[in-house]
Design a protein around this ligand. Structure first.
Ligand code: USQ
Length: 401
């Protein structure tokens, strides 16, 4: 299959390229290298040193004997997107080219506007290019579990059946996102849903949980095939941050009471699920939603798992809660359904602690890079719009364990 990856240079885009090449697919992609710039703006860099695109493509060529068609450019540039789709004629388009950070979108009005504009316009351009050039193609749009928020109800996969005043219908489950970034994903979802109805396009909206992991097997030992791993407050996600904190002996940092629950999945599972979605497209006109995660975890339980895994490598760390810079529930009900990917054959990685051990071993080789940006580990972007470093709390999860 010919698969176009928007955001091919990113944390997910580069491993997905390899996963698909290894399965015999043809891959092409666009990227403007914005992720590299955003992380720099947050005063950080990837813990894992990553190669430039030239070297990456050369490594892929050597390993899989395939040329990846790459175009440097911005997805908000309509002419560029149109020309690439015209040239590559994808059968599937994976939209990973959005700014993925909640804190980044909460910095100020400029960042909020930029994130929403960038994310919504990029997807619009892909939808219009599909309509004009490849109406049979399948859009796999990366959404987020965060679109749903944390309601006191079971969360279905996108839609739920409702009966009201004697009538029944299947309607989108209410969205209650918790940041301007997460709302940009809601707006994107709505646009994709409408485009399917309007133009008979087909799309899968992947409500992905929080991803963690440093590698997939396809990377082997070639350094040029490694993907980035961020640990700053904005682009580092919870487990990735905890593992980076552990290897430099920094306390692991659940925010607030630390009982926020989220769906999590290892990088290798994310690749497996996205590929299952790509290889099993919906029908023309169909907009389907997958909830994509391996398991729901409590943030403090995860920090303790990282602490235990680190101890097996003779690394002793404590868990110390930080004042929560976000506005979110810190103890809540959370029960999302996730069945559709399992029905397609998804085999979850059950041994999360082994995955963490692998990450800790990889990251132990990156200690110097993490230590050189220690400041980036403590958040200063608050949901109330202020910017000040947060403090450690007196009560902390480490004492309870
Ligand atoms: N958290 C901590 N301590 C930390 C970092 C995070 O307690 O050091 C907490 C946050 O307060 C939050 C939870 O962990 O309650 C998850 O935070 P995160 O930064 O790992 O993830 P989030 O901001 O939700 O965003 C990430 C990705 C985003 C994706 C989303 C999936 O950056 O692209 O959409 O995960 S989900 O969380 O399901 O919405």
């Amino acid at each position: 299959m010919r698969v176009m990856i928007a955001g091919i240079d990113g944390y997910l885009g580069w491993p997905l390229t390899q996963y698909l090449l290894a399965k015999g697919h043809t891959v092409g992609g666009i990227d403007a290298f914005l992720r590299r710039q955003w992380v720099e703006e947050m005063g950080s860099h990837s813990a894992v040193a990553i190669a430039g695109m030239e070297e990456r493509l050369e490594a892929a060529r050597e390993r899989w004997g395939q040329e990846v068609l790459f175009q440097e450019g911005d997805l908000t540039d309509w002419e560029l997107v149109r020309a690439f789709v015209e040239d590559f004629k994808p059968e599937a388009i994976v939209q990973l080219g959005e700014c993925p950070s909640a804190p980044y979108s909460m910095i100020d009005v400029h960042h909020a506007t930029w994130v929403q504009t960038n994310n919504i316009v990029g997807t619009f351009n892909l939808l219009y290019a599909m309509r004009e050039i490849v109406p049979e193609a399948h859009l796999v749009k990366l959404g987020t579990m965060g679109e749903y928020g944390t309601p006191n109800l079971e969360i279905p996969e996108g839609f739920f059946e409702i009966e009201y005043k004697g009538k029944r219908d299947s309607i989108p489950f209410p969205r209650q996102a918790g940041s301007w970034y997460h709302w940009s994903k809601v707006h994107g979802s709505n646009n994709v849903m409408f485009a399917c109805r309007l133009w008979d396009l087909k799309a899968t909206d992947v409500m992905q949980g929080v991803v963690f992991g440093t590698r997939i097997d396809e990377m082997g030992s070639d350094e040029r095939l490694r993907t980035r791993l961020d640990f700053d407050q904005a682009f580092g996600t919870a487990i990735n941050r905890f593992c980076c904190q552990a290897v430099v002996g920094h306390p692991l940092t659940p925010y607030g009471k630390g009982h926020q629950k989220r769906g999590f999945l290892p990088l290798r599972d994310s690749m497996q699920c996205l590929t299952l979605a790509i290889e099993n497209p919906p029908l023309a006109g169909e907009y389907r939603v997958f909830n994509q995660f391996q398991e729901v975890y409590d943030i403090t339980d995860l920090a303790r798992m990282v602490k235990r895994a680190a101890a097996r490598l003779d690394i002793q760390v404590e868990v110390r809660n930080l004042t929560n810079p976000r506005k979110e529930l810190e103890e809540h009900y959370y029960k999302p359904v996730h069945q559709k990917l399992l029905d397609l054959g998804y085999q979850p990685t059950h041994d999360v602690e082994t995955e963490m051990l692998m990450m800790l071993r990889d990251l132990a080789n990156c200690r110097d890079r993490i230590s050189s940006k220690l400041e980036a580990l403590i958040p200063d972007v608050h949901w109330d719009g202020s910017r000040r470093k947060v403090d450690f709390l007196e009560m902390h999860a480490g004492l309870k364990s």
